[in-house]
Design a protein around this ligand. Structure first.
Ligand code: SF4
Ligand code: SF4
Length: 117
């Protein structure tokens, strides 16, 4: 009984305090100012040179030059930002936010419109 009395204040405090976690993704996350975020590509300036693919330490990027398609596996990306550093056209940027959680892993592919290839 004495032990029960020891942790009763903790139980009561937790019962009536706000949760320390957010109901994400229903409630949008607020990212700290220096969070690295995710890679985004500007297809208009990308020349499909493949330097980002060859430089990525986790092999997350695929560049298919004949089909003008740039693909990233965001689940493998470690957000190091190196691809954005090496891109000669500055087509890659790190922006706040991350891939939403889901039941399946998938790659994100971006293809230049036919007239721009
Ligand atoms: S390094 Fe830059 S220009 Fe080259 S394929 Fe990657 S995103 Fe495109
Ligand atoms: S941020 Fe790093 S790990 Fe992610 S795609 Fe770019 S080079 Fe690869």
């Amino acid at each position: 009984m004495a032990q029960l009395m020891n942790f009763a204040p903790v139980v009561l405090k937790n019962l009536f305090s706000k949760p320390v976690t957010k109901n994400y993704p229903a409630e949008p996350a607020v990212y700290p100012a220096r969070s690295r975020g995710h890679i985004e590509i500007d297809l208009d300036t990308c020349i499909m040179c493949g330097l980002c693919m060859r430089s990525c330490p986790s092999g997350s990027i695929k560049v298919d030059r004949p089909n003008a398609t740039w693909t990233i596996n965001r689940f493998d990306c470690v957000q190091c930002g190196y691809c954005a550093t090496v891109c000669p056209k500055k087509s890659l940027t790190m922006n706040p936010g991350y891939q939403e959680p889901g039941e399946e892993k998938f790659e994100a592919s971006y293809t230049k419109p036919a007239e721009e290839k």
